[in-house]
Design a binder for this molecule. Structure first.
Ligand code: PMP
Length: 406
C-alpha cells in the first residue's frame, strides 16, 4: 500500500519541519488525486444546476448527480432510489430523527442507543424523545467494550421501536454485533438505524445482507470531500416519510396554500445539491474499489496489530476497550498515566504526528468510562508500518518529557 502515498498530495506536506504522520483519519481522511481531479473536472466541464436547465450542460450536471447516486447505491448494495444525498452523517441522522422518529414514534415506545454513540447519533434522538415522549434506553458495553447478548436481551424488548447504533464506535473502534441486534429488532418490530461513519472506510457495508432499515455515512471519512453525506433507507420506509427540509426541487407542485412532494429520493433533497461533492464521493468509491477491499482490510489489520502491540508494551498506558485487533477497525483510544491527553497530542504534534485529544463528541461514553477525555490514534489506507513505529517511539518519550519516570 506504500505506493499509493503518492496519490495523496497532502502527505508530502511538512509539519513542524517534519514529514506529516497523519493519524487522525477517524476525524477526516486525506483526499487522493482521483477525487481532487474528479471534482475539478466536474467544475471545469460539467457545472450547472442539476434538474433545472434544459440545455446540454444542465443534462451533463444531472447525469453526474444521478451517476454518482448509482455508484453509491451499488457500493452499499442498494438501489439508486434508496440513496439520499445529504451534507454529512449528522444531517442524515437528523433526517431520520425528524422524518421517521417524530412522525412514527410515540409515548410508551423505546429508542435503544449505545452509550458509545457519537453525539450526532444521540442528540437527535433526545429531541425525538422530548417531542414524542418515547423513552431513550441505553446499551452499555462490558469492560472490554463489547455489547453482550445478555445486554441486548435486557434492553431490546417488545417496547423497542427504533435502535440507532454505530457499527464501529469512534472511540472504542470495536465492531458491534449488528446481526444479533437486527435479529432482535425484527422480533420486536423495531427499525434499525446504522451509523456507518467509522465502519465504511474499513469494510464493505452491504445494507441488504445486514438487513438494516437505514444506514448513514459522511463522504469526508471515506477519502471524499467534506460537505457530502449519504442516507440509505429501505424504499418502503422512505416512501411513507414526510420531507425533512422543504423548498425548491423537492416538490411535485406548489400552490398558495399547499404543496405536493416529489418521489423519493428527491423528496429529501431540497435546494441546490453539492454535485461536486457527489462526484468526488463516487470517485473515492471507485478508487477504493480499485485498490481492493481485501487489500485494504489486510493492510489496516497489520497496522492495528502493530499499533496495539506497541501501545500494550509501553508502561503506564491505558487502552480503552479490547486490545485485540480482531474486532477493531481503524481506531485506538488511550491515555498516558498522569499526562493530560492534550499534552500527549501536543508532544506528538511536535514530531509531526497528528492525533486527536478530547471527548471526541462522545461525552456519555467518557462519563461511562469515568474519564474526561482521551487520545485517539486512527489509521487510513495510506498509513505505513513506519508511521506506526514513529508514533510508538514518540509516545514512549511523552511521560519523560512531562517530568515523570518511565
Ligand atoms: N458518527 C460517528 C461514529 C462519527 O465518528 C462521526 C464523526 N466523528 C459522526 C457520526 C458525524 O459525522 P459528521 O460530523 O461528518 O456528520
Amino acid at each position: 500500500m506504500k505506493i499509493i502515498r503518492d496519490d495523496f498530495p497532502i502527505l508530502s506536506v511538512l509539519e513542524n519541519g517534519k514529514p506529516l504522520i497523519y493519524l487522525d483519519n477517524a476525524a477526516t481522511t486525506s483526499k487522493p488525486l482521483a477525487v481532487l481531479n474528479a471534482v475539478e473536472t466536474y467544475y471545469r466541464m460539467d457545472n450547472a444546476n442539476p434538474h433545472r436547465g434544459v440545455y446540454e450542460l444542465g443534462a451533463r450536471a444531472t447525469k453526474a448527480h444521478e451517476d454518482s447516486r448509482k455508484i453509491v447505491g451499488d457500493f452499499l448494495n442498494a438501489s439508486s432510489d434508496e440513496i439520499v444525498f445529504t451534507q454529512n452523517a449528522t444531517e442524515s441522522l437528523n433526517l431520520i430523527a425528524y422524518s421517521y422518529g417524530i412522525e412514527f414514534l410515540k409515548k410508551g415506545d423505546e429508542i435503544v442507543l449505545s452509550v458509545a454513540e457519537h453525539h450526532s447519533n444521540l442528540v437527535p434522538w433526545q429531541r425525538v424523545s422530548k417531542i414524542t415522549g418515547a423513552k431513550l434506553v441505553y446499551l452499555y458495553p462490558d469492560n472490554m467494550g463489547h455489547l453482550t447478548e445478555e445486554e441486548l436481551d435486557k434492553k431490546i424488548t417488545s417496547k423497542t421501536r427504533l435502535i440507532a447504533v454505530a457499527q464501529v464506535s469512534n472511540i472504542l473502534g470495536i465492531e458491534i454485533p449488528i446481526d444479533s441486534i437486527v435479529r432482535r429488532a425484527r422480533n420486536a418490530g423495531a427499525v434499525v438505524v446504522l451509523d456507518c461513519a467509522q465502519s465504511i472506510p474499513h469494510m464493505i457495508v452491504d445494507v441488504k445482507a445486514l438487513d438494516v432499515d437505514f444506514a448513514v455515512f459522511s463522504g469526508h471519512k471515506l477519502y471524499a470531500p467534506m460537505g457530502i453525506g449519504v442516507l440509505y433507507g429501505k424504499k418502503d420506509l422512505l416512501d411513507k416519510m414526510p420531507p425533512f427540509l422543504t423548498g425548491g426541487d423537492m416538490i411535485g407542485s406548489v400552490h398558495e396554500q399547499s404543496s405536493t412532494y416529489a418521489e423519493v429520493p428527491r423528496r429529501f433533497e431540497a435546494g441546490t445539491r453539492n454535485v461536486g461533492g457527489e462526484v468526488g464521493l463516487a470517485a473515492a468509491i471507485n478508487y477504493l474499489n480499485s485498490l481492493g477491499w481485501e487489500n485494504i482490510k489486510n493492510h489496516e489489520k497489520e497496522l492495528m496489530t502493530q499499533a496495539l502491540k506497541g501501545l500494550t508494551d509501553i508502561p503506564h498506558i491505558t487502552i480503552y476497550g479490547d486490545p485485540s485487533p480482531d474486532k477493531r477497525h481503524g481506531v485506538i483510544s488511550f491515555n498516558v498515566e498522569e499526562v493530560h491527553p492534550h499534552d500527549t497530542a501536543s508532544l506528538l504534534d511536535s514530531d509531526g504526528i497528528t492525533v486527536r485529544a478530547g471527548h471526541h463528541c462522545a461525552q456519555p461514553l467518557m462519563e461511562y468510562l469515568k474519564i474526561n477525555s482521551c487520545v485517539r490514534v486512527s489509521f487510513g489506507i495510506y498509513n505505513t508500518k513506519e508511521d506506526v513505529d514513529i508514533f510508538i517511539n514518540s509516545l514512549k518519550n511523552v511521560r519523560g518529557l512531562m517530568g515523570y519516570g518511565s
